[in-house]
Design a protein around this ligand. Structure first.
Ligand SMILES: Nc1ncnc2c1ncn2[C@@H]1O[C@H](COP(=O)(O)OP(=O)(O)OP(=O)(O)O)[C@@H](O)[C@H]1O
Ligand SMILES: [Mg+2]
Length: 376
């Protein structure tokens, strides 16, 4: 197929060149036979040359010189056209063929195939750049999909193994069919069902297909609502939760439900990692053209080398350090960051070190239109 492509291109180019040369040669030949001889004769007459042998001789000399020049020019033009076509075909055809080979390799699933070299042409260079960007994106998506599948199967294994062990134990009368057994199994099932929602959200968020319904919202109101929703759980665990910031006057454009999901996760993390008697604050403030929503706790803290890793999919710190009895799936911050990024914002964690608390800051672009709603 590649051979026929090269032949096609070469044939087309050479045919085009031959047509140009032929038209040129034909025009010259017509001029030489129809227009030039009468003109030449007229010039001989004006010059006073009347002798018939001299005129015949001059005319013969004129025709043979003209024919020779025409033949030599046509041959040279054809040769030049052939060489030029050959060079052009080599310049265009070889890279196109290399590109086709790379595309074939990618289509066959060899996603790490290096991009083809496209010579010095800027158009082909641009094509090659676009092609390699596409190949890198494909390889990234593929790697992330296979990582997700392996992470997911790993995550599914524990609850499924627990449920299976309980079913076997109860069937063999090794485990009591009491409330505690049912509770354990129910907890594993709800963990599985939360996992399915989280995985769907994480995938949608990372592929940029999260459905958002943005509108102008008041971040202070959003923070108040998040604090109100989390307060009972904080009270149960004896962790103080407070709000710090203005009561109104700021605005951001965003999907209130998604942003509330982010705040709920940040508060949930803070609660999990703050011992009883500890403090968690949700602060809101404006900084230049941004609005910052900051969750600060004085709990476990995060080691400096883990501050970025906590946003990785399925990343969990040492579960034994979590204060609560329910351990998350490690998707919360991945989803949260993806949601915030989709809002043109940033989400970063900071901590002075293990045992010294954590601060997670969500920064969103401030909206010029301010929310008319007052916090409740
Ligand atoms: N405020 C915090 N203090 C200390 N460690 C934290 C804090 N927030 C997050 N982490 C660490 O980051 C990890 C990842 O957090 P993330 O919210 O992504 O997952 P998770 O809370 O474990 O599970 P999920 O949110 O899916 O229920 C946590 O397991 C924990 O180790
Ligand atoms: Mg979490």
């Amino acid at each position: 197929m590649s051979g026929s492509r090269r032949r096609g291109l070469a044939t087309n180019l050479i045919t085009a060149q031959v047509v140009v040369v032929a038209v040129g040669a034909l025009t010259l030949a017509l001029t030489a036979t129809v227009v030039a001889p009468p003109l030449f004769r007229r010039h001989l007459s004006r010059a006073g040359i009347t002798s018939a042998p001299v005129r015949r001789h001059a005319e013969e000399a004129f025709v043979s010189t003209f024919t020779l020049s025409l033949a030599a020019a046509t041959a040279a033009a054809l040769l030049a056209a052939g060489v030029a076509s050959w060079i052009l075909v080599r310049q265009v055809s070889a890279p196109v063929e290399a590109l086709a080979r790379t595309a074939d390799a990618l289509a066959a699933g060899h996603l790490s195939t290096p991009p083809p070299s496209m010579g010095s042409s800027s158009e082909l260079g641009r094509l090659s750049d676009a092609f390699s960007r596409m190949a890198i994106r494909l390889a990234d998506t593929d790697a992330s999909r296979s990582r997700l599948l392996s992470d997911l199967s790993h995550e599914l294994r524990t609850p499924l193994a627990t449920i299976s062990a309980y079913i076997d134990g109860m069937q063999d009368d090794v485990l009591a069919r009491d409330a505690q057994s049912w509770d354990t199994m129910r907890a594993q099932v709800s963990r599985l069902s939360r996992l399915t929602t989280d995985v769907r959200d994480a995938a949608a968020a990372q592929e940029g297909t999260l459905s958002l319904q943005p509108r102008v919202i008041d971040p202070a109101r959003l923070a108040h609502d998040a604090v109100d929703a989390a307060a009972p759980r904080f009270a149960t665990r004896g962790v103080h939760l407070s709000y710090a910031g203005p009561t109104t006057g700021l605005g951001v454009v965003g999907d209130p439900e998604r942003l509330a999901q982010v705040l709920a996760n940040l508060l949930d993390n803070a609660l999990r990692h703050t011992p009883s008697g500890g403090h968690v604050t949700l602060g809101v403030r404006s900084a230049a053209t941004r609005v910052l929503l900051v969750v600060t706790d004085d709990g476990d803290g995060i080691a400096t080398d883990q501050l970025e890793a906590v946003f990785d999919r399925f990343h969990r710190g040492d579960p034994s350090r979590a204060t609560g009895d329910d351990h998350g799936s490690g998707l919360g911050l991945t989803i949260a960051r993806a949601i915030v990024t989709t809002h043109a914002g940033t989400l970063v964690a900071a901590s002075p070190g293990v045992g010294h608390g954590t601060t997670v800051t969500m920064s969103l672009p401030a909206s010029t239109v301010q929310s008319p709603r007052k916090p409740g």
